[in-house]
Design a protein around this ligand. Structure first.
Ligand SMILES: Cc1cc2nc3c(=O)[nH]c(=O)nc-3n(C[C@H](O)[C@H](O)[C@H](O)COP(=O)(O)OP(=O)(O)OC[C@H]3O[C@@H](n4cnc5c(N)ncnc54)[C@H](O)[C@@H]3O)c2cc1C
Ligand code: SF4
Length: 325
């Protein structure tokens, strides 16, 4: 491993300026939150960095600030802090609590979780695929048990973040800071399909970092939850996950937002399911129909057909869990 320069940023502006200076010197720069993904990639040789800008000392980007219309969450909040907060919805605390291990949640940040790179075994093991700058996807004809059934092509990664589908279901927007200042993006503009850019998972450009997340205040009688299915009890990403946010009028659904994790190249919203649920009673037959509808457009690869059945069952289960909440 080659020598690296570590710069401890004291503010978001400081971080952006330091990154710009390093880039002007011809150096390759990466921002680091908890470093749980980045440092492993540097060690494995899948990321080649000259300079790391360490964001962890930026205390004022670890806070949750609520006002009458929205909640702003600093990107540097750790997953552990987020999972224990009583200022955000269940869907987000449950998603954060489901991630990896207590040790990783103690250091990993929300922004780092959202911007972590794919965990496809080809990419992580040094294959020169689209994500590594090449022009081939090895999973299409290779091992694709864990790959996407929605939004695939030319890469078939699954978006790895558990917090991302929860944030998408909460209609969050993403505050990005860079040399040109600050901009706020909807999820639809922040997350990028491989057909838009096969190398990246989001629309951050060089020198930009994710500084915070805004979540609009939910209407009264909104309930939410996160259901995650894994291939073992803990320490791993989702086979499929469902972030569900429902606003109720008694037992009738007034509005619904459902987003999937673990099965698509980006956090995957389900507009047809959301439309179907409007005005319905939250009961077992509605939940089952919603589960069937959820996979109507699924496009499994040769070895991941199990994800279709799992997704349908997971959506049904997530809705039934909210019915009994
Ligand atoms: C055993 C294991 C199990 C795991 N299980 C899960 C799981 O179940 N669910 C899940 O969601 N994740 C899982 N992960 C991934 C883990 O959650 C991520 O590594 C972690 O969330 C990344 O956060 P971080 O702050 O450490 O990011 P870092 O490692 O610091 O950064 C990750 C990436 O994001 C970039 N980055 C960091 N901060 C910013 C920023 N503010 N703006 C722009 N770019 C930034 C970095 O340059 C890097 O490319 C697992 C990881 C391991 C090792
Ligand atoms: S799925 Fe994406 S990361 Fe995996 S081999 Fe294909 S292009 Fe590479």
């Amino acid at each position: 491993m080659k020598a690296l320069t570590n710069i401890n940023a004291s503010s978001i502006l400081d971080a952006v300026t330091a990154a710009q200076q390093a880039r002007n010197n011809g150096q390759t720069v990466f921002f680091s939150g908890g470093g749980t993904d980045l440092l492993q990639q540097i060690k494995d040789g899948t990321v080649d960095a000259d300079v790391i800008i360490n964001l962890r000392n930026i205390a004022d980007s670890r806070q949750i600030v609520r006002n009458a219309t929205s909640t702003n969450i600093g990107g540097l909040i750790t997953l552990d802090e987020l999972s224990k907060s009583n200022q955000v919805s269940n869907v987000l605390t449950e998603a954060a609590a489901s991630i990896a291990t207590p040790q990783i949640r103690n250091v990993a940040t929300l922004a780092g979780n959202i911007t972590q790179r794919p965990w496809c075994w080809y990419y992580r093991n040094g294959f020169n695929c689209y994500k590594a700058g090449g022009n081939k996807c090895f999973s299409v004809t290779g091992e694709n048990q864990q790959h996407a059934i929605f939004g695939g092509g030319p890469s078939f990664i699954v978006h790895p973040s558990d917090t991302a589908p929860a944030l998408v279901a909460l209609n969050a927007s993403f505050v990005v800071t860079g040399p040109a200042g600050e901009r706020e993006l909807s999820a639809a503009d922040f997350f990028v399909l491989p057909k838009q850019n096969p190398q990246r998972e989001n629309s951050l450009v060089e020198g930009e970092l994710l500084s915070s997340i805004n979540i609009p205040e939910a209407p009264p009688n909104t309930i939410s939850g996160y259901h995650k299915v894994m291939d073992r009890e803990s320490w791993t990403h989702a086979e499929v996950s469902v972030a569900a946010v429902l606003t109720m009028d008694g037992s009738e659904i007034r509005s619904a937002a459902i987003a999937l994790g673990g099965v698509a190249t980006i956090p995957w919203k389900l507009p047809p399911v959301e439309a179907f649920l409007l005005g319905k009673q939250l009961n077992p037959s509605v939940a089952r129909e919603a589960g069937e509808l959820a996979v109507a457009d699924a496009q499994p690869l040769a070895k991941n057909g199990h994800k279709v059945t799992m997704t349908s069952a997971a959506v049904e289960y997530a809705l039934l869990s909210l019915a009994s909440a």
